[in-house]
Design a binder for this molecule. Structure first.
Ligand code: BGC
Length: 367
């Protein structure tokens, strides 16, 4: 009798979920299993961090447009510039309360969202980590990003290449290292990728970090804020480079690269080889002017459209097709099935060609 009651109850529950258009998502872990689908005009939550780079501003617009065009009701929210963690937690909670079927999250702090994404799961929503991984929870279904470790490796290799090209007669180069905000999981991954290339060259004496600051915590830039990178560079220059040349700087992104260049310029020193990431318009111009050495192109349009495609498949109850990596991104409790796009190195030499599919950046490269 008891068995029958349970069976009946679960039949009713499944029938109710189907009628309500709820997703009966399963957690078998391969990341590609089909779900039951949901209403074609469902609400889709998009929680983005604060606007620390142009790509975040663009992503918000593209999500609104892409999800609307696909027939969904987008609920796109940014964490505000202050109290961002708590605000983003509240935003995700209200997306769940409002019945979002998929919640796409660019985490402000990927280690502080477990309760919110677990509540989203409990309500039957699928959780997609966008660009930044969400840590220490089973309740993250997919990760969509440009391969962050690869970004770091490309930056490290470009720094070496740029130093050799700019100083053909030097046998060793003086450099400093910067990393991004410690609350963004990507910051550590970019740095690890870069050090994968740079550490052997530090060990063999090709590269000299004159300040001695090589630990990620020493190199961090709180909040990804330009002002913080600029003041650290001011301090490094005053303490270590009064009578020593600074040849290169590993900068994790364009905003910080421009701040570092500004600091060096204010100190009246020649501009070193400085790396970057994001292909921000001002940095593309700086590269073409021969100041910043390189950037990375991560086409936000591709990442957002991959996310929207994934939402369409989930809506239709199809298996998610865009997973190309099931080994690399361990969030502490699970390896999150990922769709990783390839980042592209851009220097003055290939900028026009690299941005050929992007009118805004192509125009910046052509001047
Ligand atoms: C993104 C970078 C960006 C940084 C600061 C990171 O998580 O991957 O593209 O430069 O955040 O906004």
């Amino acid at each position: 009798m008891k068995k029958l009651v349970i069976a009946t109850a679960s039949f009713v529950a499944i029938a109710a979920m189907t009628l309500a258009g709820c997703s009966a998502r399963t957690d078998t872990g391969t990341g590609t299993e089909a779900a039951a689908g949901f209403a074609a005009d469902a609400s889709i939550g998009v929680a983005l961090p604060d606007k620390t780079s142009e790509n975040w501003v663009l992503a918000g617009q593209l999500f609104t447009d892409g999800l609307t065009a696909a027939g969904f009701k987008p609920d796109v929210q940014y964490a505000p510039a202050s109290n961002t963690v708590a605000e983003q937690q509240n935003q995700i909670t209200s997306m769940v309360t409002n019945g979002a079927k998929v919640i796409i999250i660019g985490a402000k702090d990927g280690s502080q969202l477990s309760s919110q994404v677990e509540a989203a799961h409990a309500a039957g929503a699928t959780v997609i980590a966008y660009d930044r991984l969400i840590l220490n929870t089973q309740a993250v279904d997919y990760y969509l990003a440009f391969d962050n470790f690869k970004v770091g490796q490309l930056q490290g290799q470009a720094l070496l290449d740029g130093l050799k090209a700019k100083f053909p007669d030097k046998k060793s180069y003086n450099i400093e290292l910067f990393s991004g905000s410690p609350d963004d999981n990507n910051a550590g991954v970019f740095f690890k990728g870069a050090m994968d290339v740079l550490q052997p060259k530090i060990d063999d004496g090709t590269l000299v970090v004159v300040s001695g600051q090589t630990a990620v915590a020493q190199t961090a830039t709180q909040g990804w804020l330009a002002a913080n990178a600029q003041s650290r560079m001011d301090t490094l220059l005053a303490a270590n480079y009064q009578s020593t040349d600074l040849d290169g700087v590993l900068s994790p992104n364009d905003t910080l690269a421009r701040a570092i260049i500004e600091s060096v310029r204010s100190a009246g020193k020649p501009i070193p080889v400085v790396t970057g990431q994001d292909s921000e318009v001002e940095s593309v111009k700086s590269i073409m002017a021969g100041e910043q050495y390189m950037t990375i192109y991560k086409d936000t349009r591709s990442l957002v459209s991959a996310a929207v495609d994934m939402v369409k498949e989930l809506q239709a109850g199809k298996a998610v097709s865009e997973i190309n990596d099931t080994t690399s991104y361990d969030n502490g409790v699970k390896v999150v099935p990922s769709y990783l796009l390839a980042p592209v190195v851009v220097t003055k030499d290939n900028a026009v060609q690299a941005y050929a599919n992007n009118p805004t950046l192509e125009a910046a490269a052509k001047g």
